[in-house]
Design a protein around this ligand. Structure first.
Ligand SMILES: *[C@@H]1O[C@H](CO)[C@@H](O)[C@H](O)[C@H]1NC(C)=O
Ligand SMILES: *[C@@H]1O[C@H](CO)[C@@H](O)[C@H](O)[C@H]1NC(C)=O
Length: 166
């Protein structure tokens, strides 16, 4: 049962990557810098050695995948990421989205669960105002409970925010 669950999870993970890649190729080429702070919950067993991938999304549902956050890690190669009560720093560049990040998909790929307390994203782009978003997640990404993918959507999808953009 567990094995089948793992396979389904890996399949859906691969589909997510593929799907986002298709969307991604439509994104604009002008780059933004994304600063990402990830806070692991300060509770027992919150720590994980799994890979965490996040998809940054705006209110037009354009998205940027950050595949395996450790690849964007700023804490040094010996650092142990995703420890209880700790905040890890990540940064990288990618195409600018059409508007501020207001939604996240968080995907755990691995064999041990993780409790995500919060994720903060600061986006900087040439000729654009900075955008800042703090997501209070407070959820388990649990490989056994089948919740290894979560959507944290805090966008306002009304006509006005579509027009304002950055
Ligand atoms: C992409 O960015 C350039 C500026 O870098 C801009 O001129 C162009 O309109 C943008 N395209 C889209 C589809 O947003
Ligand atoms: C995490 O990703 C790396 C490659 O980036 C891979 O070598 C490793 O096996 C992955 N770990 C897990 C637990 O999936």
């Amino acid at each position: 049962m567990r094995r089948i669950n793992m396979e389904i999870k890996h399949l859906s993970f691969n589909l997510l990557i593929l799907f986002s890649f298709i969307i991604h190729t439509n994104a604009n080429a002008s780059d933004c810098i994304y600063n990402i702070y990830v806070e692991t919950g300060n509770i027992p067993y919150a720590e994980t050695s799994s890979n965490i991938t996040i998809f940054l999304r705006d209110n037009t549902k354009a998205e940027l995948p950050v595949v395996n956050l450790r690849n964007w890690g700023l804490m040094g190669s010996a650092h142990h990421y995703f420890r209880p009560g700790e905040v890890d720093l990540f940064a990288g560049k990618g195409p600018c989205l059409r508007g501020p990040v207001c939604s996240l998909i968080i995907v755990l790929d691995g064999y041990d669960s993780w409790y995500c307390h919060s994720i903060q994203i600061i986006t900087v782009g040439f000729g654009k105002s900075c955008s800042y978003k703090h997501f209070v997640v407070k959820k388990w990404l649990d490989v056994n409970a089948g919740s290894a993918v979560i959507l944290q959507d805090e966008c306002c999808y009304d006509a006005i925010s579509f027009k304002t953009g950055y």
